[in-house]
Each structure stands twice: as C-alpha cells, then as structure tokens.
Design a protein around this ligand. Structure first.
Ligand SMILES: Cc1cc2nc3c(=O)[nH]c(=O)nc-3n(C[C@H](O)[C@H](O)[C@H](O)COP(=O)(O)OP(=O)(O)OC[C@H]3O[C@@H](n4cnc5c(N)ncnc54)[C@H](O)[C@@H]3O)c2cc1C
Length: 304
C-alpha cells in the first residue's frame, strides 16, 4: 500500500515527486514514456526561471528527474490503464499489474490536438509531425508548413529556420496569439512566410508529404503549396480518459480542482496541464506540483 501514486512524469509530477519523497511519503511515480513530459519535445526553454541563458528541454527535465530521485523518488515505466478512485483506498491498474494507494495525484498532462483533416493520420510520422525538435533536422533545405499561431507554433517555426529552406506559418486569424517578443522574431525571420486567415484542408501525399491544400477563410480561395513537412501546433487536449466519469471535468475534459489541487473526490489530486486553467507552462506545472504535495501531506495526516 502506497501513500501516494503520481501518474505522469512531466514537470508537475516530478516536482510533486521531489516534495513528497523528501517528506518521506511512500510514493511511486508511474510514467508510460520517458520522464520529462512535453518539455522533452521542445529544443530550448527561455522562460523557466533560474536559467538566464535558457536551457535545453532535455537538460531541464533530466535535472528535475535526478533531483527527485536523489531524495528517494521511485519512477516506474508503466502506463496506467484503469483507475478505481471511489473507495478510501484507490486501485491503480497499469500494463504491469495492480497497485493500491491512499492518495492519487493526476499529473498526466496533455497531448497535441489533431487537425482531423485528410492525409493527417495517413502521413503522421511520414512528414506530418507534432514535434519540431524531434523531426526538424529531417527537413534540411526543404519547405515546410507550420499550422497554428500561438507561442508554441511560433517558437517551433523559429526553431525550424535552422533547417528548412522556407516555412509557411498557416494561421486561421489575421494576427498571431504568440507573445510580442516571439512575433517580432518571427516577422524578422527571412525564411518565414505568414499565410493569414488560412486553414488547412488536406495534406497531400502517399508515402510522404508532397503538399498542403489551404483555404483563405475570408476570400474562400483554395490554393496548394508544395511542402515536404507539416508541423501541427494547434493546442492540446487533456489525457483524462482514465478518470472520465470519476472526477469532475470541464467542458473540454480538463480536471476541475480547487486552489489546493483537490479534485471532486477525496484523496484524488491533480496538477499541471491536465487541470482546468488558463495558463499551461512549465513554471505553472511545477508550482502546482508543489502545492499538491502540501495538500496531499495534510490529507494523509488527517487519515491517520
Ligand atoms: C513543443 C512544446 C514547447 C513548449 N515550450 C514551452 C516553453 O518554452 N516554456 C514553458 O514554460 N512551457 C512550454 N511548453 C509547455 C510545457 O511543456 C507544459 O506546460 C508542461 O510540460 C506541463 O507539464 P505537466 O507535468 O503538467 O504535463 P506533461 O508535460 O504533459 O507530462 C505528462 C506526463 O504524463 C504521462 N502520462 C500521461 N498519461 C499517462 C498514463 N496513463 N500513465 C502513465 N503516464 C502517463 C505522459 O507520458 C507525460 O510524460 C511547451 C510544450 C510543447 C509541447
């Protein structure tokens, strides 16, 4: 019987793991991929405090993992497939077995939204990508399209200027949502061309991406651009299938908590991108992981 099972090893989970292992709780963190979460898919992080020159996504997460393990956090490579959260003891089923715990912290984050257009699924991994850091170097001297207009889309478009010969940034509005600093950098980048008021209709190709069909939402004009890669950054959706019907979710499927990171069920907490909130960043995930650990410790004390 564990005191706490943390589900997901991104910034929120690793921070909660650090705090709770250091507080000597009997805790295990379950992560289905490599610990690090979404940050592993970004090349460079400039807005996490303590790194004035920036830090690579990999280095930052490796440091968080090392620090948590130093204080005794056990991290297991397991995927949680089922949860039974209703009783005082919670039952967590993974691809490797079943574990019981007094408390559960959901830090299972979010994954990239799909466009849902023709060619996207067929060409995923064959020119359609959701990670510029992972796949950018494959497009050296080639043309690519980036779909989206937020911080991540613009950051990743800037990253792709290191490799690609030309980058179309396809955005459905006539201005970006990204912060001003990123906008200025993107506007100054010679390789980046903005296609405003434009949505993708179809990704063209069979064994690899050959082009993209686009529609101008104001004029209705449909055009085709020859590209070899399409990078999609249109936001995230929560990894909450395992808790559907058990804890309260908002209309988009994110977990509703109070300021103490408590969900609608006693002994079940949530932190990071999986929560219903406005701002999804490493710094906010880390802060919520720390806040959740405090609440969890108080909850466990009251059980005794
Ligand atoms: C390309 C990109 C660039 C970004 N750049 C920045 C940036 O520069 N600055 C910034 O502050 N933020 C940035 N972000 C956002 C930031 O990465 C997230 O806000 C942050 O990672 C959220 O942390 P988290 O711990 O809540 O969740 P996540 O990082 O999403 O981690 C969740 C973890 O849970 C695991 N998991 C999910 N379901 C299960 C399951 N059933 N069983 C076991 N494990 C499971 C996942 O594998 C994952 O590792 C970026 C995101 C992306 C994708």
């Amino acid at each position: 019987m564990y005191d706490l099972i943390i589900i997901g090893g991104g910034p929120a989970g690793l921070t909660a793991g650090l705090y709770t292992a250091r507080a000597r709780l009997k805790v295990v963190l379950l992560e289905m991929l490599a610990p690090g979460g979404q940050v592993l898919t970004t090349d460079w992080v400039e807005n996490y405090p303590g790194f004035p020159d920036g830090v690579s996504g990999f280095e930052l997460m490796d440091k968080m993992k090392t620090q948590a393990e130093k204080f005794g956090l056990t991290i297991k490579n397991e995927e949680v497939t089922r949860l039974d959260l209703s009783g005082e003891n919670k039952v967590v089923t993974t691809n490797k077995g079943t574990i019981e715990t007094k408390a559960v912290l959901l830090t299972c984050g979010a994954t990239w939204k799909k466009l849902g257009i023709d060619g996207e699924a067929l060409l995923a991994g064959k020119g359609v990508s959701y990670c510029a850091t992972c796949d950018g170097p494959f497009y050296t001297d080639q043309k690519v399209a980036v779909i989206g207009g937020g911080d991540t889309a613009v950051e990743e478009a800037l990253f792709l200027t290191r490799f690609a010969s030309h980058i179309y940034v396809v955005h459905r509005r006539d201005q970006l949502r990204a912060i001003k600093l990123l906008q200025e950098r993107a506007m100054a980048a010679e390789k980046i061309e903005f296609l405003w008021d434009t949505v993708p209709l179809k990704i063209i190709g069979n064994d690899g991406v050959e082009g993209i069909e686009l529609k101008n939402v104001k004029t209705g004009e449909i055009v085709q651009r020859d590209v070899q890669g399409v990078f999609i950054f249109i936001g995230t959706q929560p990894n909450t299938d395992i808790v559907k019907g058990q804890v309260d979710l908002d209309e988009n499927g994110f977990i509703i908590t109070n300021h103490h990171m408590e969900t609608s069920l006693a002994g079940v907490f949530a932190a990071g991108d999986v929560r219903a909130k406005l701002f999804r960043q490493i710094a906010t995930a880390v802060g919520e992981g720390a806040a959740a650990s405090y609440s969890i410790e108080r909850y466990l004390e009251n059980l005794e």
